[in-house]
Design a protein around this ligand. Structure first.
Ligand code: NAG
Ligand code: NAG
Ligand code: NAG
Ligand code: NAG
Ligand code: NAG
Ligand code: NAG
Ligand code: NAG
Length: 809
């Protein structure tokens, strides 16, 4: 019985792997750029939570708000601090806060949450100030930041709770904020602080335990044929009122208010008369509860009608690890609010209310509409003039019946693995004269994913590790003009260029990267930034949609590296691919190698176990990459194994190459396995940029390889059982493979091949065994893509139960 359950565990692990392999095409960035010290970092010892930013291009500074500190940093080099001010909580405030049951060192501090421009020199700043939100003015003049010490009440402008999501926006002299107005965080408001302050009604039909994430302004009065008003759009999630569920279900919303709203005369006095909200639809490929909006970015277009909102969604259930990006056109949102039907509550049983589509007559002027030509014609120039009928209608029915559908019908991007947190989008002019929306998406583990959607094809150009330790990116800002990205986390702020074309050092690599910022320049033979090319330069090439390398010059032949073969030793031949999407193909005198008892193909190369004389010969490592149905083969490394006629094996005189010194015991190899540092002079073959890092990984992987041998016999048993059709999980593997194929039939062959490989002895299937041996921390792609649940957790579950769990994810 215990053997059986052990087998079922491994079966479960293998399924896990094969499932993520099936989905790889949808979420794997082509390139992973590990943490580099070159990125400019700003942090100060003892200060944390760098999560508020304000770019002041004209002042040449980035203002950065942290816990009890605000910095003015050089916008071109954030490591260069121009000035700082500290705004600490008073002891008295901290005591007061502690008495109310809050944590003195965590909650009862002053977290800077609000930073807005007021005029050329002044800024408006608010902090949580030990659960007693306070605001102040701040100036930056003569290189010095200064707080004016005005200590304005910050209730409603800034949250009490430093952990609460919130959003605010300065429009002219008016501060729009969406947060809780009380200590307990139970009274949410959307507030405009101005000469005529307005807020939302305290009704759960308006806001029900909301989580505010984003606000932006759209100047819709410009060039408006119906005399419409400017608006502020707000994105948040809240408890759904439109679903009949036993438990609470959250939904994502977009809401808006009109800039010139002045509230009602009797009804809705000092309340918004134009607060309308609609559900945001972003359906994930797998059935699930509605995903939750985490961040939004408005990609502005000269014509506001063509502006697009990009939104990041994460699953509501913590079981799932699939995030998505959906985009919404300004016009779709506008149509929903301006023309859509309303929802209305109806009492179905005593105390139970159901929200259904409202089919009765809608009063004129239309409830929730801004003052426009229609209203003006009726003699209503201000919201104060609106009739009670219109106002009562909107007070009781702020929700639109229809959800706003994404621009492309479904998500632009679906990503498995570490959850996405923040997004900014750049509009990049490419060589073909078109503009492409490049998304930069921060993750929970400190990476930025750089992605484009080429006509429905999701493509993640690269993922860049910004923080050495995995930590959530809590703010992301883009300066399109400077080509810089600014990220913040608990640990510090990072500045990163939007592209680094010099990372691609061959024409093929440059073109296959499909990065709209980069083009291959034939005149300099470099991958160069498009913006740095001289205008009307016609020596550069891009192939963004196709990734067509046919115009690239033939790559130079790769010189063979001589390696000495010492019989009975293990031989390691490194080979690093340029792309995560490529598959490695090892050949030995025209015969394709697979992982088996003799060879182990791992991420960084090939391991020949206990070599013998017959292994002498030529080994070729090819990278095979699929791009839009085309296959690109490229030889990455060639090794010539030659028999060594020196002292007997095991004597420590083995020549310097990748020939291991020990004779195959796990422990010996684990400690004695060489790093990837090859002979001098061959370094260009072997990616110098990743060597230092891969040395460590390689050692682990080699150990994994040997451990995996122990698993092989077990695998054999599993396969035997599989072939007898005894295991439910095979059915599952098949059916998930098929449904995937339906979705993307073009990938079908590719996936099938890969799955069958894994079922047998593919390298991935071997890896999970290592999870049993404290190597679960080995992260083969460096980004937490492959989560191998440690065995300890699984063994408490019964095998098939685990498989069922997997099918839910
Ligand atoms: C950025 O500023 C830091 C601190 O002043 C300085 O050490 C560094 O050299 C600067 N980097 C560049 C590229 O100017
Ligand atoms: C900027 O705003 C501040 C605060 O409202 C005000 O005191 C100051 O006079 C303004 N400065 C200018 C140049 O308008
Ligand atoms: C602030 O940073 C600390 C770690 O430096 C973290 O534990 C805490 O959760 C952060 N607080 C907020 C509000 O993000
Ligand atoms: C509305 O504005 C128009 C033109 O500005 C004016 O003629 C009219 O009297 C105003 N109506 C009210 C009720 O104020
Ligand atoms: C760009 O990439 C190259 C090669 O990896 C690296 O040396 C350089 O420091 C990078 N530049 C920046 C600004 O990150
Ligand atoms: C590339 O590799 C594949 C897979 O081994 C092979 O079938 C194909 O013929 C190769 N194509 C070229 C152009 O070498
Ligand atoms: C071979 O291994 C022994 C111990 O296992 C070690 O002392 C020796 O330095 C190694 N030689 C080489 C060339 O790595």
């Amino acid at each position: 019985m215990s053997l059986l359950s052990a087998l079922s565990i491994i079966c479960g692990l293998m399924l896990h792997v094969s499932c993520s392999a099936l989905n790889n095409r949808y979420c794997v960035p082509r390139k992973t750029v590990p943490y580099q010290n070159e990125l400019k970092l700003f942090r100060e010892e003892g200060i944390s939570n760098y999560s508020t930013m304000l770019m002041r291009d004209e002042l040449g500074v980035l203002l950065l708000g942290a816990r009890e500190a605000i910095y003015a940093l050089d916008i071109n080099n954030i490591s260069d601090r121009k000035s700082a001010v500290y705004w600490r909580v008073t002891e008295e405030k901290q005591m007061e806060c502690t008495y109310k049951g809050k944590h003195a060192e965590v909650e009862c501090r002053n977290y800077i949450r609000t930073l807005h421009r007021v005029n050329d020199t002044a800024m408006y700043v608010c902090g949580t100030n030990a659960f007693s939100p306070t605001c102040d003015y701040m100036t930056f003049a003569n290189g010095q930041l200064r707080l004016l010490g005005k200590q304005e009440e910050g209730k409603g402008k800034c949250p009490f709770d430093p952990f609460q999501r919130y959003s605010s926006l300065m429009v002219g002299n008016d501060l729009y904020s969406a947060t809780s107005i009380n200590f307990l965080g139970s009274e949410p408001v959307v507030l405009r602080s101005s000469n005529l302050a307005l807020r939302t009604e305290f009704k759960s039909s308006w806001l029900s335990e909301p989580n505010f994430v984003y606000m932006d302004f759209v100047g819709e009065s410009f060039d408006s044929s119906d005399g419409d008003d400017d608006k502020v759009y707000l994105f948040f999630s809240e408890n759904a009122m439109e679903y009949d569920f036993y438990s609470k279900v959250a939904v994502s919303r977009v809401a808006r208010v009109c800039k010139e709203d002045m509230g009602g005369q009797r009804t809705l006095q000092r309340k918004w008369t134009s607060f309308l909200k609609a559900r945001l639809d972003c359906s994930l490929p797998e059935p699930s509860l509605p995903p939750i909006v985490q961040d939004v970015f408005l990609l502005k277009h000269e014509d506001w009608r063509k502006s697009v909102f990009y939104a990041v969604f994460t699953p509501q259930s913590s079981l799932s690890q699939v995030s998505a990006v959906c985009a919404y056109s300004m016009s779709a949102i506008r149509d929903t609010f301006n023309e859509g039907k309303f929802k209305t509550p109806v009492a179905v049983e005593t105390s139970h209310v159901k929200w259904v589509m409202y089919t009765g007559e809608v009063p004129v002027p239309r409830p929730g509409a801004c003052i426009n030509n229609v209203a003006r014609k009726m003699g209503m120039n201000r919201s104060l003039d609106l009739p009670d009928k219109t106002l009562q209608f909107i007070r009781d029915r702020p929700l639109m019946d229809e959800a706003v559908r994404p621009l492309t019908g479904g998500p632009l991007l679906v990503k498995r693995g570490a959850l996405l947190t923040r997004i900014v989008v750049d509009h990049v002019l490419a060589l073909d004269g078109q503009r492409y929306a490049v998304m930069f998406i921060g993750t929970e583990n400190g990476y930025v994913q750089k992605a484009v959607n080429y006509g429905g094809e999701m493509f993640i150009i690269e993922e860049i590790q910004l923080y050495e330790n995995p930590e959530p990116i809590s703010i992301l800002r883009l300066s399109s003009s400077k080509g810089q990205l600014y990220a913040g986390s608990q640990f510090g702020a990072i500045q990163m260029p939007v592209s680094n074309c010099s990372r691609y050092n061959t024409c093929v690599d440059c073109i296959l990267a499909r990065d709209p910022y980069c083009a291959w320049d034939f005149s300099t033979e470099q991958c160069s930034s498009v913006s740095s090319l001289p205008p009307s330069s016609n020596t550069a090439m891009q192939s963004l949609k196709e990734g067509d390398i046919s115009q690239c010059p033939q790559p130079e032949l790769v010189a063979a590296v001589d390696v000495t073969l010492v019989p009975e030793n293990n031989i390691q031949l490194p080979c690093q691919l340029h792309s995560n999407l490529a598959q490695v193909l090892w050949r030995f005198s025209d015969q394709t190698l697979h992982s088996n008892h003799k060879y182990y193909i791992y991420n960084g190369g090939l391991l020949i176990l206990s070599a013998s004389e017959s292994d002498a010969g030529l080994y070729t490592c090819d990278s095979v990459e699929q791009m839009n149905g085309r296959t690109y083969n490229r030889t990455m490394a060639v090794y010539r194994l030659q028999l060594y006629f020196g002292p007997a094996a095991g004597e420590s005189t083995t020549p310097g190459n990748e020939v291991s010194n020990s004779s195959g015991s796990v422990h010996a190899l684990n400690t004695a396995a060489p790093g990837t540092g090859p002979n001098e002079g061959n370094e260009d073959l072997l990616h110098p940029e990743t060597q230092s890092d891969s040395g460590r990984v390689t050692r682990l992987e080699v150990a994994v390889a040997l451990l995996s041998l122990l698993c092989l016999s077990l695998m054999g048993v599993i396969f035997w059982i599989w072939s007898r059709g005894r295991w439910e999980c095979l059915k599952f593997a098949k059916s998930s493979g098929e449904s995937e194929a339906k979705r993307q039939s073009g990938e079908y062959m590719h996936i099938q091949n890969r799955t069958s490989e894994i079922k047998l002895l593919g390298p991935e299937s071997v890896r999970p065994c290592s999870a049993n041996n404290n190597h679960s921390a080995v992260d083969f792609k460096g980004n937490g893509e492959h989560h191998f649940t440690p065995m300890a957790n699984i063994s408490s579950l019964d095998g098939l139960g685990y498989i069922n769990d997997e099918s839910e994810i």
